[in-house]
Write a protein that binds this ligand. Structure first.
Ligand code: NAP
Length: 256
């Protein structure tokens, strides 16, 4: 297939999907991509494409960046729970006329054998743990631990990519660090003395949910915030098809 016309692309990342898309673009000489990360992870694994790290300064800052760089198209491949940057991207792209695609993996839905309780927020998840002390496996990211200080009668095993700040932790907390994907057998071993798993509905293949199902373990699942509006795909391969189409459209518009 012949290369389409050149395209300058900004990827808002911090997810497996953004990393996968970045790897897919390495061989696409017609694309000039930049991967943007918020800078939350202490040692991010950077794919072999140009990248930048840090906030833009709200929707206005992002709009200014899109104009000054300049950027032709934006792919919002941020995490389903990263609602602020997605809202900023929507506003900024509309303001400067940059086409935007949302690349987001579908959420999980319960299947046979799952014992799930869906809650609307992390605070609701802490409350849903109940009055009786339980041993909780918590994998909701290190920024969202504060509400569990209000449920201090439980014992927590907390897993995050980087160790959380001590000030955010509930009193009885054991920390393990690790970056997925994880192995189902290892997850089962980890869950053997756990009463309940608390996690966000992040989506994607997930060994801990499969392990919880196998063990008949209850799961409290924090539902996603409202999804960003606009065109959306679920995989990096679909995003590449969208990019090809936009390169042609943009070139035709420029030639007109
Ligand atoms: P958020 O609340 O939506 O965004 C907060 C601020 O962080 C944004 O306003 C923006 O700052 C900056 N930011 C976020 N993503 C950025 C990016 N890709 N590039 C540059 N700046 C970015 O986001 P969050 O929930 O803190 O998540 C931060 C990052 O971690 C996201 O990129 C997300 O993909 C990733 N992540 C989040 C979760 C989660 O559960 N929230 C899980 C896994 C990965 P300015 O306003 O200054 O531009």
């Amino acid at each position: 297939m012949a290369d389409p016309p050149s395209l300058r692309l900004l990827i808002l990342g911090g997810t497996t999907e953004a990393a996968g898309l970045s790897r897919l673009l390495v061989d696409q000489a017609w694309l000039a991509p930049i991967l943007s990360l918020a800078g939350r992870t202490r040692a991010p694994v950077l794919p072999p494409i140009p990248s930048r790290i840090g906030g833009f300064g709200g929707a206005e800052g992002l709009a200014a960046y899109l104009g000054a760089t300049p950027i032709d198209v934006l792919i919002d491949a941020t995490h389903p729970f990263a609602a602020r940057i997605s809202a900023n991207a929507e506003i900024a792209c509309a303001a400067v006329g940059v086409p935007r695609l949302v690349l987001q993996r579908p959420g999980w839905t319960a299947g046979p054998g799952d014992n799930w309780r869906m809650v609307a927020s992390v605070a609701d998840a802490a409350e849903a743990l109940g009055a009786a002390p339980r041993r909780v496996f918590l994998t909701i990211g290190r920024q969202d631990l504060l509400p569990f200080q209000a449920a201090a009668h439980h014992r927590y095993l907390i897993r995050s990519v980087d160790a959380p700040d001590a000030a955010l932790l509930p009193p009885h907390a054991e920390i393990i660090t690790g970056r997925g994907p994880f192995d189902e057998a290892a997850e089962r071993a980890l869950l053997h003395d756990i009463d309940v798993l608390v996690t966000k509905n992040s989506g994607g293949d997930d060994a801990k949910l499969r392990a919880a199902r196998a063990l008949g373990l209850p799961v409290i699942l924090v539902e996603r915030p409202a999804a960003p509006m606009g065109e959306r795909v679920a995989t990096p391969a679909e995003a590449l098809i969208w990019l090809r189409a936009h390169a042609e459209t943009l070139a035709a518009a420029r030639g007109a």
